[in-house]
Design a protein around this ligand. Structure first.
Ligand SMILES: C[S@@+](CC[C@H](N)C(=O)[O-])C[C@H]1O[C@@H](n2cnc3c(N)ncnc32)[C@H](O)[C@@H]1O
Length: 259
């Protein structure tokens, strides 16, 4: 673990030890080496194996509209409230966005809502997806996806927003232009902007140790504008002192609002 932190700046100590060890063990088995010492040497001599290990440690699994019920709650409770805000810019941060499916899904909901209401707010939407994994962000910027990435996407949204070109689905330019991507390590606490109106952070915090989770929740609270929303989704929730910083909007889907 020390080696990975030294070589790659990946803060292993903030992640759950058991998860990291399990994933390293899987790579050791996959490469058929005898143990940690031999595998460590392999990482030095084979940069592609190092990349594979890092991908495995950061867990990049994602999908458009992953857990539709959460997106449905965002669509009903969060998007209308954001659009009604009396601000020039509506700032959304998808933290740990992997290959872009999450920020684009939010972009689709905001585009649809805005167009249904005259389209005036479209110019004010700014969504930033951040991740530690530069390869994933490259895929996000290309915005070309296999059909499997759309398995949870309702058919009407799929057909409207993802034109099919040579068996692949391309994100419609109208939504692409709402979303930008930046490389950021969440544990460095550098938000893409101050005063976010919505932060979505799903399936990331679960891999972190409790102290890192607490620090991240405090950081999200600081980054949100008054009344801003935090969406954690089904898997994660606020713990300890952070519960006093937010009020629940939808307890089941873990949607909160800054108090
Ligand atoms: C399982 S994916 C979740 C993607 C998306 N949020 C979703 O729920 O579908 C976790 C993502 O968090 C990113 N991640 C893990 N640790 C990170 C860190 N310290 N800073 C930024 N991103 C991180 C990983 O690279 C990965 O893309």
């Amino acid at each position: 673990m020390d080696k990975i932190t030294r070589d790659r700046g990946f803060q292993c100590s903030s992640y759950k030890d058991k998860c990291l060890r399990r994933r390293i063990a899987v790579r050791i088995r996959a490469r058929g080496v005898s143990g940690c010492a031999e595998y460590s040497g392999m990482l030095d001599s084979d940069p592609r194996e190092y990349e594979r290990l890092m991908r495995s440690l950061t867990v990049n699994v994602t999908k458009f509209f992953r857990n539709w019920e959460t997106y449905s709650a965002i669509d009903q409770k969060v998007v209308p409230a954001l659009m009604e805000r009396d601000e020039r810019e509506i700032r959304v941060w998808s933290a740990g966005c992997s290959s872009g499916e999450e920020p684009y899904s939010i972009g689709i909901l905001m585009d649809r809502h805005s167009r249904a209401n005259g389209g005036e707010r479209l110019e004010s939407i700014s969504i930033v997806g951040t991740d530690i994994d530069t390869d994933c962000l490259g895929e996000a910027e290309r915005a070309v996806y296999a059909e499997s990435a759309l398995r949870d996407t309702p058919a009407d949204l799929r057909e409207h927003y993802f034109p099919k070109i040579a068996e692949l689905r391309t994100m419609l330019p109208e939504v692409r232009r709402l979303v930008t991507f930046e490389v950021r390590d969440l544990l460095h606490f550098q938000p893409p902007f101050e005063d976010a109106h919505l932060i979505v952070c799903r399936n990331v915090i679960i891999y972190l140790e409790r102290a890192a989770q607490d620090a991240l929740f405090a950081h999200f609270h600081k980054t949100l504008a008054p009344g801003g929303f935090l969406v954690l989704g089904k898997v994660e929730t606020l713990l300890g002192e952070s519960r006093g910083l937010f009020s629940p909007v939808n307890a089941r889907e873990r949607i909160f609002r800054k108090m």
